[in-house]
Write a protein that binds this ligand. Structure first.
Ligand code: ADP
Length: 616
């Protein structure tokens, strides 16, 4: 039993194919992870790198606590089941399952015990003496699973194990593998191109395309909150309907124009997660799931007509293949085709019907990047404000500005992250709704004149008192940033060096690794050294590298010295800007003390190769 950690994993094949790019994934012990995506997306390569059958180009792979990049397949304690499970035709089921144990020279009694208990788990007790050619496809696949189970690996790796089976057997084996995972209480990593398999089996799913991870999430979250058009289309059957669309907002009403010039007016609250840049006619792609469309009997102000071209009765559901262009006679080639899925049997059969979309469930994507622009987690807010006499009019609340911002005057567009709201005392807001997402709460706030999104680390309700974290706010005047938010990271350029050590027993290493900035030497912690050595085929020593360190990694100390340039006073917090070599570094004043010197917690830093931008 073990968790896995995949950190910045890349695979470049000798012919130059970049099969996997920057794969990052933490797999929990006992988790069932599914890699899914179209053919050639890099899912098998990822699995084969975990198995040790394919070398990792750069990045770090851990199984449990151990970095396994340099371990061979047999040393990794994983077992793999392939699509083409070749059983030995001349051996019985018992002998096939026992084979790996025999190779490992396990004593006979132990083999008997393990094979019998495995056969019981798989329901093969009564077939142990049969030869593979007398078994059904499903039973043969179970024997292949048995060969993996007897080895009691820490991690099961399954590469499209069901794709050779017929549809009915596939459904049955899906349930069997899910049950097996529960019984064995072991980590499973499963590769498939079939989204239904992924959705029904995975605790979490990794969706890949062209060698890049698109989204890692639970089946429900992938379905509800796809991060881009690709995931929206790939997950769910029948697939999402897509249309070019534009949204225009006036007086709390959003006018949405899409497909063959249809216009629907909806309350702004229905689309309140749509990014503000898209509220004034910017081109969008609108995605509507077939099950989020209703057929209604009477016309309503929110309804639109469409024409049924074809109907499919599935028993539990009915599918209608329609067209928003009511003159259409051809669904397949229409730009405005529409699939509707309604539960049960529906009377509608032919002709024109009226439909309504559930706009609270409609997805919006940018028409160029195809990224979702109505995300579940709202990360950014913007607001038009006025500043006069060092006071900010923030939705009708007059808030004094800190020293650092007192030279601002006039009208500004503020752009800030939703966590720029902090519990405090400057102004009051009413909590309209609250949604728990990960370790944060996304909250809809009502301020005197506006509704805005905020995120908090704790649950809030009712009326709350707030401050603004001014260091996170960008002040924009006439399209230009006049005062930029403070950066979250500092960076310094230096060189990694190996340095011989006298005491060679520490961590079993004969040398220390230091990051050298001018004359200052920062010692790399053991964890970081392990990571660096795991990618030793990459030239990282004695070349310039960028050290990125967050403000939270800065400690007081006399390691790095700099010249003070200025003090930034943000009221509740003060910072100093100091010059270190050619770089300007931001320090919290409290940490800087009277001496302008500091230390860095090397456990919290990242190293970046400046040429490629690759995080090492
Ligand atoms: P998937 O399992 O998602 O179908 P793969 O991981 O097998 O995809 O392949 C990812 C990409 O890497 C594809 O473009 C494939 O052609 C390429 N590829 C796979 N194996 C090799 C190889 N041995 N040499 C070169 N390219 C390869």
């Amino acid at each position: 039993m073990a968790g896995l950690s995949l950190s910045h994993i890349y695979k470049v094949y000798p012919n130059g194919t970049k099969a996997v790019n920057d794969l990052n994934l933490e797999i929990k012990d006992k988790e069932f992870i599914v890699f899914v995506g179209p053919s050639g997306c890099g899912k098998s390569t990822s699995l084969r790198m975990i198995a040790g059958l394919e070398e990792i180009t750069t990045g770090e792979l851990r199984i449990g606590d151990e970095v396994v990049n340099d371990l061979g397949p047999s040393e990794r304690d994983t077992a793999m089941v392939f699509q083409n499970y070749s059983l030995y035709p001349h051996l019985s089921v018992f002998q096939n399952i026992a084979f790996p144990l025999k190779m490992m020279k396990v004593p006979k009694e132990e083999i008997d015990e393990k094979v019998n208990s495995t056969a019981k788990i798989l329901g093969l007790e009564n077939h142990l003496h049969q030869k593979p050619d007398t078994l059904s496809g499903g039973q043969r696949q179970r024997v292949a699973l048995g060969r993996a189970i007897v080895r009691e690996p820490k991690v099961f790796l399954l590469d499209e194990p069901l794709s050779n089976l017929d549809a009915k057997l596939r459904t049955q084996m899906r349930t069997e593998i899910t049950k097996l995972h529960k019984r064995l209480q072991t980590t499973f990593i499963y590769v498939t191109h079939d989204q239904v398999e992924a959705m029904t089996m995975g605790d979490r799913i990794v969706v890949m395309k062209d060698g890049f991870v698109q989204q890692i999430d639970t089946p429900t979250n992938l379905y509800r909150y796809p991060v881009n058009k690709f995931v929206g289309e790939f997950i769910g059957t029948p697939p999402m309907n897509f249309y070019e669309a534009r949204v225009k907002v006036e007086a709390e009403v959003a006018e949405i124009t899409f497909g063959s010039n249809r216009t629907i007016k909806v309350p702004c609250s229905d689309i309140n997660k749509l990014e503000k840049d898209y509220l004034h006619g910017k081109s969008l792609i609108m995605g509507v799931r077939p099950e989020n469309i209703r057929i209604i009997k009477e016309k309503t102000p929110m309804s639109i007509p469409c024409k049924i071209i074809q109907k499919e009765i599935l028993g539990s559901d009915t599918l209608f293949y329609c067209d928003l262009d009511i003159k259409s006679i051809d669904y397949e080639n229409s730009r405005y085709g529409l699939i509707i899925k309604v539960p049960g049997l529906d009377d509608a059969s032919a002709g024109i019907i009226n439909i309504e979309f559930d706009f609270t469930k409609v997805h919006f994507f940018d028409s160029e990047s195809e990224k979702c622009v109505s995300k579940r987690m709202v990360e950014k807010e913007s607001l038009q404000v006025k500043i006069s006499n060092s006071k900010l009019d923030f939705c009708g609340n007059i808030i004094p500005l800190p020293m650092e911002l007192q030279n601002l005057q006039g009208e500004y567009m503020l752009v800030f992250p939703t966590d720029a709201f902090i519990i405090g005392k400057s102004f009051k807001a009413k909590v309209l709704s609250s949604e728990s997402i990960g370790d944060k709460y996304l909250v809809r706030l009502n301020l005197l004149t506006n509704d805005l999104w905020a995120t908090f680390p704790v649950k809030v309700s009712g009326e709350i008192s707030l401050d603004l974290d001014f260091k996170k706010i960008n002040f924009i005047k006439n399209g230009k940033i006049e005062k930029e938010a403070l950066p979250e990271y500092n960076s310094l350029i230096g060189i990694l060096e190996k340095k011989k050590r006298k005491d060679k027993n520490v961590n079993g290493l004969k040398f220390d690794v230091i990051f050298k900035i001018e004359e200052v030497e920062l010692e790399c912690p053991p964890e970081m050294i392990k990571r660096l050595l795991a990618i030793s085929d990459r030239k990282i020593f004695n070349l310039p590298l960028e050290l990125q360190f967050p403000l939270a990694s800065i400690r007081s100390g006399n390691e790095i010295f700099g010249k003070m340039i200025k003090v930034l006073d943000y009221g509740i917090e003060q910072f100093v800007v100091i010059q270190v070599g050619d770089s300007k570094i931001l320090l919290p004043l409290a940490q800087a003390g009277s001496m302008i010197s500091f230390k860095i917690d090397m456990n919290k830093v990242s190293l970046i190769e400046p040429e490629t931008g690759i995080r090492i």
